[in-house]
Design a protein around this ligand. Structure first.
Ligand SMILES: *Cc1c(COP(=O)(O)O)cnc(C)c1O
Ligand SMILES: [Zn+2]
Length: 447
């Protein structure tokens, strides 16, 4: 067991390989990102994806119940005895014709994948169940992460459930209260650093390597293995068909990277014939990817990514003391750690990257709330972005599109309440005040 999986540096000029019993997270030879790779000859892969659906019949087996481990053959790096699961991935793919109509798409063409239904209320649980399983497999005793909020909530919940000590680093004043409250409630040692997410990300890497603590940011390639399953569940929701487009918000770019890897592997295995296109949406106040791809024409370039371009931008950020700003706190990131893997995903799938301003994100969020299941601001960047991509013809109105709603509506209730109280929004729905008087109340209710 676990012989089929190994770690491999993504840099084609290096390609160093390591076994999965190590927690290294960056190539010790060249410093680049690592992938989990499989020797598919040693893995039992079903002949067709729909075979995974048969595991619904045996869901009294906790691994078949899990929306991540139901697909365990495609992330076969860990023996079953180490697998940690608290019922993640019970998510819903919802067809939404009202939203389709509102943004000019045909009926049946917009689907929402609501990852808010995970145990800690965001898609991060897909990654944490995988990474914490790896942590258990290698006997880690304590773990840590930097977080804009949801990572800390998921880490705290999963670490608690498998008895690991857990420390989370958050930027001061940058976290939505719903998420902070979870980290505290699930018993994480919560450290608020005077800085933003990118500062926390740098500190946590140094702390983890100095103290030998297991790192749970999406630099951790095992996390991305779990996040691949979001794509498998979307296909499951479409009767095992591949949509035309996947739309996802882009922060640290772990999700987009994982999605690209999922489709690259399914193509390699012959389980799908073509990959969907990927639309990655930044917030305008944190648009590193959008700038680099659209304005600087940065591409994967067979792994030889133009680092001069990236370093110039980051030096400029440093010189200007730039800190990203958006109401979508989950994607308020200026130096995305998975940038190179995300460029690779765009190379595999093709697609588009755009950025959208906060007011459009909040209007889209309220529309999803009104017509869908609700979500937090970062998740709504998907619909805000899709609206542009339909309007400018990048995506056809009859294309089958799936938007990943990454986090639950209750994560950031401040954002929701503030939007609706301010009547300027397209969907503002403020509470109405009335005297404690029956006639007045009846007038209001019937008016
Ligand atoms: C983490 C997070 C994101 C960003 O995902 P990346 O994989 O870092 O790009 C988007 N939305 C929500 C709700 C998140 O928690
Ligand atoms: Zn390397």
């Amino acid at each position: 067991m676990a012989i089929a999986a190994y770690q491999k540096c993504i840099n084609p000029a290096c390609e160093a390989e390591f076994d999965t019993n190590q927690a290294i997270f960056k190539c010790p030879k060249c410093g680049d990102l690592l992938d989990i790779r499989y020797d598919w000859n040693k893995v039992e892969v079903p002949n067709k994806l729909s075979d995974f659906g048969k595991r619904w019949a045996t869901r009294d087996n906790r691994l078949d119940f899990s929306g991540v481990w139901r697909f365990r053959n495609l992330l076969d790096f860990c023996a079953d005895e180490y697998k940690v699961s608290i019922g993640e991935g019970q998510t819903l793919l919802q067809r939404n014709d009202k939203i389709a109509a509102a943004i000019g798409m045909d009926a049946g063409c917009v689907h929402l994948e609501y990852e808010g239904m995970n145990p800690s209320g965001s898609f991060k649980d897909n990654g944490m169940t995988a990474a914490l399983s790896h942590a258990m497999m290698i006997g880690a005793k304590s773990c840590a992460c930097a977080s804009t909020g949801n990572t800390s909530a998921a880490v705290a919940l999963y670490a608690h459930s498998c008895g690991l000590k857990c420390t989370v680093f958050i930027g001061s004043g940058r976290i939505a209260f719903g998420k902070l409250s979870q980290a505290m409630d699930y018993g994480a040692h919560t450290i608020q650093i005077a800085g933003d997410f990118d500062d926390c990300m740098k500190q946590v890497q140094d702390v983890c390597s100095e103290l030998g603590i297991y790192l749970l940011n999406s630099l951790n390639p095992f996390r991305l293995e779990g996040q691949k399953t979001i794509m498998y569940r979307i296909m499951e929701g479409l009767n095992w068909e591949v949509p035309d487009w996947i739309v996802v918000p882009g922060g640290n770019l772990g999700n987009s990277s994982a999605f690209g890897k999922a489709f690259a592997e399914l193509l390699e295995l012959g389980l799908i014939k073509k990959a969907p296109k990927l639309a990655i949406i930044n917030a305008s106040g944190a648009k590193t990817l959008s700038y680099l791809v659209n304005d600087r024409k940065l591409t994967w370039n067979n792994g030889d990514v133009n680092m001069t371009e990236i370093n110039a931008l980051y030096s400029d950020y440093t010189a200007k003391n730039f800190s990203p700003r958006t109401c979508a706190s989950a994607i308020e990131i200026s130096r995305p750690v998975n940038l190179k893997k995300c460029l690779r995903a765009l190379d595999t799938c093709g697609g588009a990257v755009i950025d959208v301003p906060d007011n459009e994100i909040l209007d889209a969020k309220a529309m999803i709330g009104k017509y869908g299941l609700g979500c937090e601001p970062a998740s709504a960047a998907t619909i805000a972005g899709l609206k542009h991509l339909i309007a400018d013809g990048t995506i056809d109105k009859s294309a089958r599109v799936t938007c990943v709603l990454t986090g639950h509506v209750l994560k950031d209730s401040d954002a929701t309440v503030n939007y609706h109280k301010d009547e300027a929004g397209e969907f503002s729905n403020p509470p109405v005040e009335v005297a404690n008087n029956l006639d007045d109340i009846i007038k209001l209710v019937t008016g």
